[in-house]
Design a protein around this ligand. Structure first.
Ligand code: URA
Length: 222
């Protein structure tokens, strides 16, 4: 993102911060470390009451590639790091197959607190709603402004709709680079959890192959 576009983004971002969340305001041009620190006390929506902690993005501050998921899961919530649970393991394997070293990318989520509901002793993932996604969007915008990635990959519908609009459909545009002011190359593909949920082994293998094909496209523009 060029300097001017980046500043415009930050201005828009400031306008989008919900009125009751001044506590979460962060300085323009904040670094990723400053943002991570500021995000720890975010109360822009009620999800802070559910999650153990804010799970901010993580990765190389000079990364050219930014991967955006939906929200932290159970394990991410406990460890405070994105994509370290089962979906993260699958993502790591797919990145490796695609020739991308996870250590060289920046990984984050559209929503930074774990939304869940109890089922017995388990905490079951609950999809974040539009208000929660909007409340968290300033953090994502600030991460993009600080990192200025060359490539953004939205993993799943929540990330895609947060960054590319509510009408964006992964089924229609997966693996395509779409025009966006967010970064020179922006793409959406499936969420790794959807591969874990495949009904049988053959489907899972097939979905994994398609996911790797999408990720390999990154290496062609990288
Ligand atoms: N799913 C996500 O979208 N993000 C994580 O960090 C973990 C699981």
């Amino acid at each position: 993102m060029r300097q001017r576009e980046s500043v415009l983004h930050l201005r828009n971002m400031a306008k989008r911060i919900p009125r009751d969340s001044e506590k979460t305001l962060f300085p323009l041009h904040a670094s990723l470390d400053e943002l991570r620190e500021a995000s720890k006390t975010c109360k822009a929506c009620d999800l802070w009451k559910l999650g153990t902690q804010t799970v901010f993005g993580e990765g190389l501050p000079t990364a050219k590639i930014m991967l955006v998921g939906e929200q932290p899961g159970n394990q991410e919530d406990l460890e405070g790091k994105p994509f370290v649970g089962p979906a993260g393991k699958l993502l790591d394997a797919a990145l490796e197959e695609a020739g991308i070293d996870r250590k060289t990318v920046y990984v984050t989520n559209a929503v930074k607190h774990f939304k869940w509901e109890p089922r017995g002793k388990r905490r079951i993932h609950k999809k974040p709603n539009a208000a929660e996604i909007a409340a968290c969007r300033p953090w994502l915008d600030a991460e993009i402004a600080a990192l200025r990635p060359k490539i953004i990959v939205c993993l799943g519908a929540t990330a895609a709709q947060a960054l590319l609009g509510r009408d964006f459909r992964i089924a229609q545009h997966r693996g395509e680079f779409v025009k966006s002011t967010l970064a020179p190359h922006v793409m959406a593909t499936v969420h790794p959890s959807s591969i874990l949920r495949a009904p049988d082994e053959a489907t899972r293998e097939d979905e994994m192959k398609k996911f790797i094909v999408d990720l390999k496209k990154i290496t062609q523009v990288h």
